[in-house]
Design a protein around this ligand. Structure first.
Ligand code: HEM
Length: 398
């Protein structure tokens, strides 16, 4: 039995756990013991991660997975049966079921469509910065900037009233908290689903000119499926980018030369965003997959039924792919990072996230050239307890 369990504890705020780097040095793939005793695998090498994520012989269905960490161990067999993948929650489906949903949505998230949103995202960002300037200092950058921008944008895009955000922001936090009990996670999921189901019904009665309204009109999905799609887009659409904006700003504030490049040299911004995505890899745990057949990856035989956890944090620091990758360098070619995943589940919203960050970072840094932490760095509360890493709050002044 392997002595290795999934390493979660970080020694420094921007680096993945040191143990992962040591493991990666030894091999790209390792035997790992899962929270229920299952003997599965941990991937730390870049090429091995791409191979697993691109291979249709690995499933993403939750009922096949063994838990990599001891979270939600109160999940009983009955609960598991009762709460299979909600209809429409296509992240946890395999092809061809997944393909049907993905095809319906791909056109809504193209580079061109996201480009059209730029003026509105600039407006939203400007309004957040105005409010922040007016509010007096210090402020918590998460509440003033990092969270409202992606939340407002995804709400407008989907057609979810932003005034209703209390109905989903708190529950989203519950869902991404690794310490949440299964019973509480299910309750949170049910609350958000009930809210979104009601919203879909209202859109059915009175069609709206937004993404969810368009999906209702298309007649392709039933109300349960629409609820699952809305759930996935809403949760994935704000919590992730919010943490990139918060943690990314913290990383820049502690790397002033990199900050200056992002603020003063517009030609650095697009690449700088990719580098921040790579360096920070906010996906703290996973992706996780389960083998549908025996598959050989980098000389190791993964047997049918075995679970594989990929540490994107380790993978994005693989020196074979990113030499010197433990340093933040906004001029480094970082575009091949795996922060958005790879293969059929590669992030649907990545272009939206990019636009929000390409607008957000430079706008913040130019508006507040004297921006700095308002507390000693060691007092910034890190989200080590969340499946999406970042900062719980970021007190700043200027
Ligand atoms: C910096 C921000 C973001 C990061 C780091 C991120 C990361 C990821 C990753 C790693 C996956 C793949 C998970 C897996 O393979 O198991 C994924 C999938 C997904 N993401 Fe994102 N994401 C971000 C922003 C967004 C946004 C803004 C949206 C908004 C719509 C979004 C929607 C989705 C959806 C719908 C999927 C599932 C795709 C599928 O299964 O086909 N994400 N994301």
């Amino acid at each position: 039995m392997s002595e290795l369990t999934y390493p979660l504890a970080r020694q420094r705020p921007f680096d993945p756990p040191d143990e992962l780097a040591e493991l990666r040095q030894q091999a790209p793939i390792h035997r790992m013991t899962y929270a229920d005793g299952h003997q599965g695998w941990l991937v730390t090498g870049y090429a091995a991660a791409r191979a697993v994520l691109a291979d249709p012989r690995f499933s993403n269905r939750p009922e096949r997975m063994h838990p990599p960490i001891p979270a939600r161990l109160d999940l009983t067999k009955e609960m598991r049966e009762q709460f299979r993948v909600p209809p429409g929650f296509f992240l946890r489906m395999d092809a061809p079921e997944h393909t049907r949903f993905r095809k319906l949505l791909t056109g809504q998230f193209t580079v061109r469509r996201m480009k059209q949103l730029e003026p509105r995202i600039e407006e939203i960002t400007g309004a957040c910065l105005d409010r922040m300037a007016a509010s007096g200092k210090p402020v918590d950058l998460v509440q003033a900037f990092a969270l409202p921008i992606p939340s407002l944008v995804i709400c407008e895009l989907l057609g979810v009233p932003y005034e209703d955000r209390d109905q989903f922001q708190n529950d989203t936090k519950v869902l991404v908290n690794l310490e949440t009990k299964a019973v509480d996670a299910i309750a949170a999921m049910q609350r958000v689903s009930a809210y979104l189901y009601g919203l879909i019904q209202r859109k059915r009665a009175k069609p709206d000119d937004d993404l969810l309204g368009g999906l209702v009109e298309s007649g392709e999905l039933n109300d349960e499926e629409l609820t699952g799609v809305a759930f996935l887009l809403l949760v994935a659409g704000h919590e992730t980018t919010a943490n990139m904006l918060g943690l990314g700003t913290y990383a820049l504030l502690t790397n002033p030369d990199q900050l200056a490049l992002m603020r003063d040299d517009p030609s650095t911004v697009d690449n700088g965003v990719e580098e921040l995505l790579r360096y920070l890899t906010i996906i703290h745990l996973g992706p996780v997959r389960n083998a549908l057949a025996d598959v050989e990856i980098e000389g190791r035989l993964i047997k049918e039924g075995e679970t594989v956890t990929i540490s994107l944090g380790a993978v994005n620091r693989d020196p074979e792919r990113f030499p010197g990758g433990d340093h933040l360098d906004v001029t480094r070619p970082a575009g091949s990072h795996l922060t958005f995943g790879h293969g059929i589940h590669q992030c649907l919203g990545q272009q939206l996230a990019r636009v929000e960050m390409r607008i957000g970072y430079p706008a913040l840094l130019r508006r507040f050239p004297g921006l700095r932490l308002a507390v000693p760095p060691e007092e910034v509360p890190m989200r080590s307890d969340m499946s999406i890493y970042g900062v719980h709050s970021l007190p700043v002044t200027w």
